[in-house]
Design a protein around this ligand. Sequence first.
Ligand code: 26V
Length: 822
Amino acid sequence: STALDKERTATDIESIKRAFLNNLFYVQGKPVSLATQHDYYMALAYLVRDRMLHRWNGTAESYTQHRARTVCYLSAEFLMGPHLGNNLINMGIYEPVRQAMEELGLNFDTLLAQEEEPGLGNGGLGRLAACYLDSLASLEVPSVGYGIRYEFGIFEQDLRDGWQVERTDKWLRYGNPWEVVRPEWSVEVKLGGYTETYTDDQDRYRVRWVPDREVLGVPYDTPILGYQVNTANTLRLWKAEAIESFDFAVFNQGNYYGAVEQKVASENISKVLYPNDEKTAGKQLRLEQQFFFVSCSLQDMFRILKGQGMAVEQFHEKFAIQLNDTHPAIAAPELMRLLLDEHGLDWSLAWEITQKTLAYTNHTLLPEALEKWPVSLFGQLLPRHLQIIYEINNRFLDLVRMKFPKDAARLARMSLIDESGDRYVRMANLACVSSHTINGVAALHSELLKETVLRDFYELFPEKFCNKTNGVTPRRWMVLSNPRLSTLITSRIGDRWIKHLDELKAIEPLADDAGFRAEWRAIKQSVKRELAGRIHRQHGILVDPASLFDVQVKRIHEYKRQHLNVLHIVTLYSQLKQNPSLDITPRTFIFSGKAAPGYHMAKLMIKLVTAVGDMVNRDPDLRNQLKVIFLPNYNVTNSQRIYPASDLSEQISTAGFEASGTGNMKFAMNGALTIGTLDGANVEIRDAVGAENFFLFGLTAPEVVALKADGYDPYSYYQRHPMLKDAIDLIASGHFSHGDGDLFKPLLDKLLYHDPFMLLADYQAYIDCQETVGRAYSDADSWTRMAILNSVRMGSFSSDRSIAEYCSDIWKVNPFPVGLVD
Ligand code: 26V
């Protein structure tokens, strides 16, 4: 191709400095004397973007020319985290850029910290999608992430008097240098209205959808660089706009405000991310969001197919679509509609293409989390899709009747329509019926799916089910977030581990090398000192970097049991108060995480942590042996500072409730030991690192089920375990709430009289296990040995391994390396 402008591609230090000053002046429009840190960040971001475009354009050109088979990862959430540092690492220019900035007298970390992270996800599910895009690009697999460009991402969290308060996330306020808008590829999306039948010119019976609204989907593209390859894939997020910014018909009648109202209504669709642990069954806007991005994405795929001269009948050969949970499951009837109504295929061919294209990942066993939409709402918004779903359902139920005659109960359970009371469309059933493959996200989770929520579907389609254990990208979660540890590892085994994480196991023998252990420990200490400094500066609390950093960071939820962690803290506190000369292993308890705004119990759990912290942190009797910190506004940026500084990773969900967890993997990779139940991926992590290097406690998933069936009586545990009674009574007395004995009553009553997540049953085992942890930590050398073994045995939890399995087992897609020409 053409000779590119060297000023926009060169990566030597002098060129970077020149490009930086050039951008500052001509792109940011600022002389150095007036520039802010944010201006510097933008100038840097644009020079990095310039250097990505060669690969991005080359990749697009190459895929198009060769009609490469492409993975389309459909997800309502992509929790990308800040792009700058990651792009520098994947491009291999982190060091020269850092040096160039320092030579200009700028603090590189301050520049990185300017970026407003795109928080377009709630937690694990959205962050998984982001790790998967990184691995897809690093494995050179042609792929597009399709989603929604929310104007407001996950809310920002403040603490006021120890309570969570939410603020809107205005991440686009100062502009987003990483995206390119492509208005020329905008698509129209229909909503509402009715359907009618007609006969076409070949006398065929056809259906037409006559909508009452239309909105425009405008694609915003972000390049996704692979690590040390030429591949740069695309994250394509859709923004909703009005088709006419102005409704002239309405305007001409003199109703200016009515015209503007329509514009506002259209743009609402991509306005804000819903917090996913809230029940959204009644939220029309949420269904509009799902349909909007799915329809835009499928129409985009048809455009690409046509552009490459391929036939509609080849759709499933060109594209493999992954449904990230049921949020995009409306893709099934929408793909059917496009094939039937817009492209004129007959039902059986359309259905075959649809099933060959779609695959579905389930991310939760909680029955209340399975999406369903009231049939009335669904029919009003998507009348044609409801018809298609009824037709899919009729044919599907015939199949069920054939395989399981005279089983009305099974038929009712499997129907795409829940008719047990008010009628609902069941999105998980729709996804199962319409997909060729269904997977869970950890071995245990995939087994439980077959036994519980998807049991009927497993009995009908056993061959569709498989497991794909989650993984996380070592580029962000080790190289970027823990540069010192990464440098230590590379100094011993070279840097291939970053792409082939299994090779970390070459470090194993060094766990017995005292010199290596000392270096490892020194790095952990210095990273802990850094976090301690930040905690002191931002929250005014002194924590001892030598203490055991005991960390639980994740969304706040009863099944994750942050309050079990608190019961342990209160138990230690109470023991120290009764015996002030007692020596325990000094601990710093760190919590962080957001509660869904409507989830009152989760908000009360935050208040409990902060209330206990307020007492514990001030009490001189404790001689600084305990500190309890709640770090506000948990997000990707903050988490990158927390994992590397952790000694102990709390993964204490009730067995059978956490589908996988991915934070558990990030902690272990960074040399934290896990205290955990046999839940989600903990099971596989323990197998990988060795049972002797993992602190296991608690009921197993079958024991949880059995105890529930036996008639679990939490109150009897309260009566039988004096330390438990003591901890609960202390909270109930108002000791942590200025004498207010009512504040935590809802939480304590739920534990004593219902306890659906069986904290009281697991309490004693947890306390005992924590005692073992404390003793283990006091032998620093043996602790470090265990930490090293944890980290270097985590090879199979790289998202590269997960993605390689999706590619070969589900998507049947091969790497397509991109060769660049200058
Ligand atoms: C949704 C809801 C909605 C109703 C109330 C309770 C509730 C609880 C959780 C959810 C989220 C379900 C989807 C999800 O985010 N799952 C997470 O996916 C991660 C990536 O696979 C996995 O590591 C986590 O274990 C899983 O919770």
